[in-house]
Design a binder for this molecule. Structure first.
Ligand code: FAD
Ligand code: DLZ
Ligand code: SF4
Length: 504
């Protein structure tokens, strides 16, 4: 007999390791371990979600006839690590070896590869593109632009294809997906499910020092519940998802977003099946093409593409720091008071829900970190810890590459930076902010305005010949010299206050 490892983000009945195993003789190993629960200070909701979903999945497996050796966190025999648990269970059961599906983080891939047990690692087939397909696509290309990869995934899956042409004549309807914040949101947001109280008690006892609110806990924790959430969103959220994808509103964390990344990444939902359901809503006339195409692009385009980059670039990717940024992560990321309403809003809902939507992650907390020159390793660790959908394969390329440009432009052709103007256009945050978004200098000037020029000025050598940034430098160069000096001086003063821990 062999052991079959199922990790906390591998909760899929069609997992390659389960398909390879023999239900009659093999034993599934699942383990809640401190090693996984504390390698970054995870948000308590993320830990509770993982443990609850693991426990329900083990129950499902047993109901299907599998033998499951499940270790709870407070089990006195618990060795504290995945490899420790496999070694312990192998001795206990007299197992000949271990079958497992490749984990989503190099850290664990390396640990399993070094384990003193005979083991067999299988590809994770829950994705649309295999590593080889991504490599074949990437090899020989000068630039790895997501858009071209995405088109191949459309052709491969047949999603939104009209023969060999894209549905509606265009591959990408992003142009229609940039509407500013609506006055009112007519979708009530995600479904709320009852939690497993035992897990909440365990997590509150063991992880009370971690950033984030454990209660109220409302995530789906089984695949049937995740499916309910998907159906609820397709019905009520999808029709306006495209229009308001980039919008942000005070005290409205969810808008028209699907809130399914937790479930997809843990294995409770299958990406292709999700996209097929969304496509069916379009064909049934229940959702417009810009919403449906925009959503499918995020899943079969961005999600697959970032995974390809993570595995192609290798374990040192998370240590990259192409712009040499070295500022410590300011306390505002851990909920310290700040005068910047956009940051306060984005961090507060992250603390409450272990969730923020894409534009908050990219254009508020990510943009601020990049403009302020924060060490990307710290930024990476923060995102990996605070979001319930964060595993390195998806988080690191989004943070190190897309958001912080620390990979020197593998993912982004130019840094995602903006002044306060973009946030003002896409949200109602600025209206209730202590700073004035219209002010470019002076005591009340929006820090994003000051830091935007500070970033461009300090990285001039790196970006001046980037064709997509020439305009920005022309505007800067045309400014009066005294104004430029004032901006740089005030930005330096503001950053000094930030470093001193002032509530700026
Ligand atoms: P929706 O807005 O409804 O989008 C639908 C789905 O598309 C998501 O569920 C997700 O599976 C997929 N998706 C969208 N954008 C991306 C993307 N850029 N990369 C991968 N998948 C995408 N996503 C994660 O799943 N885990 C992370 O750790 C993560 N970290 C991020 C860090 C930064 C700095 C940025 C800019 C983005 C990050 N994303 C991450 C991508 C994106 O922000 C989340 O997938 C999305 O906000 C999840 O919310 P949702 O399910 O409501 O998504
Ligand atoms: C995120 C997480 C947490 C908090 N705890 C566990 C755990 O106790 N046991 C487990 O098998 N998996 C856990 N996970 C998910 C793993 O960290 C994830 O499988 C790896 O990071 C690889 O993506
Ligand atoms: Fe953010 Fe500046 Fe707007 Fe305040 S004024 S909310 S700091 S962009």
């Amino acid at each position: 007999m062999r052991l079959v490892l199922v990790l906390g983000d591998q909760l899929s009945l069609d997992l390659s390791a389960l398909r390879k195993a023999d239900k009659g003789s093999d034993v599934v190993v699942m383990a809640e371990v401190m090693g996984e629960a504390s390698y970054v200070p995870h948000h308590p909701k993320k830990i509770a979600f993982t443990f609850m979903a693991m426990r329900y999945f083990a129950t499902d497996l047993r109901a299907q006839g599998w033998s499951v050796a499940y270790t709870r966190l407070d089990d006195p025999e618990n060795t504290g690590t995945i490899t420790g648990e496999l070694i312990r269970r192998a001795a206990e059961k007299g197992a000949a070896g271990v079958v497992y599906t490749e984990p989503g983080e190099w850290r664990l891939i390396d640990a399993l590869a070094e384990m003193p047990l005979k083991s067999h690692c299988l590809s994770d087939t829950r994705f649309i593109a295999s590593h080889k397909e991504f490599e074949d696509w990437a090899d020989g290309r000068k630039q790895l632009r997501m858009e071209y990869f995405y088109r191949d995934m459309r052709r491969k899956t047949g999603l939104l294809m009209d023969g060999d042409k894209p549905e509606g004549g265009k591959w990408n309807y992003d142009h229609d997906n940039r509407k500013p914040a609506p006055d009112q949101v007519d979708f009530e947001g995600p479904l709320r499910f009852a939690p497993d109280e035992d897990v909440l008690v365990l997590v509150s006892e063991r992880f009370s020092g971690n950033f984030g609110d454990l209660r109220p806990f409302w995530f789906a924790t089984t695949s049937a519940q995740a499916q309910e959430q998907l159906a609820h969103w397709i019905d009520g959220g999808l029709p306006k998802f495209g229009d308001f994808q980039d919008a942000m509103l005070n005290d409205q964390p969810f808008l028209y977003h699907s809130l399914i990344s937790f479930y997809l990444n843990a294995g409770l939902l299958d990406p292709l099946a999700v996209c097929q359901q969304v496509e069916a809503a379009y064909h049934a006339g229940n959702a417009p093409l810009n919403a449906v195409e925009g959503f499918i692009r995020q899943i079969i385009g961005w999600r697959e593409y970032v995974r390809g980059i993570y595995f192609r670039e290798g374990p040192d990717y998370t240590a990259r720091n192409g712009l040499g940024h070295d500022r410590a992560l300011p306390d505002v990321y851990w909920g310290a008071p700040s005068k910047m309403n956009c940051m306060t809003q984005s961090v507060a809902q992250t603390k409450e829900h272990a969730y923020a939507h894409h534009i908050q992650r990219l254009m508020v907390t990510g943009n601020f970190a990049l403009l302020a020159g924060i060490d990307p390793a710290h930024v990476h660790e923060w995102y990996l810890a605070v979001y319930a959908d964060a595993y390195e394969w998806v988080e690191a390329p989004n943070v190190i590459g897309m958001s912080q440009f620390a990979d020197d432009g593998i993912i982004a052709s130019k840094p995602y930076i903006s002044s306060g103007n973009y946030i003002h256009k896409m949200s109602n945050y600025c209206g209730s902010c202590a700073y004035r978004v219209q002010d470019k200098t002076g005591e009340n000037a929006c820090p994003f305005n000051l830091l935007y020029w500070h970033f461009l000025d300090r990285h001039r050598a790196r970006f001046k010949s980037n064709p997509r940034m020439g305009n920005m430098y022309r505007v800067w160069d045309r400014m009066e010299e005294t104004k430029r000096e004032t901006i740089l001086r005030e930005a330096d003063q503001w950053l000094a206050k930030l470093d001193q821990g002032a509530a700026v």
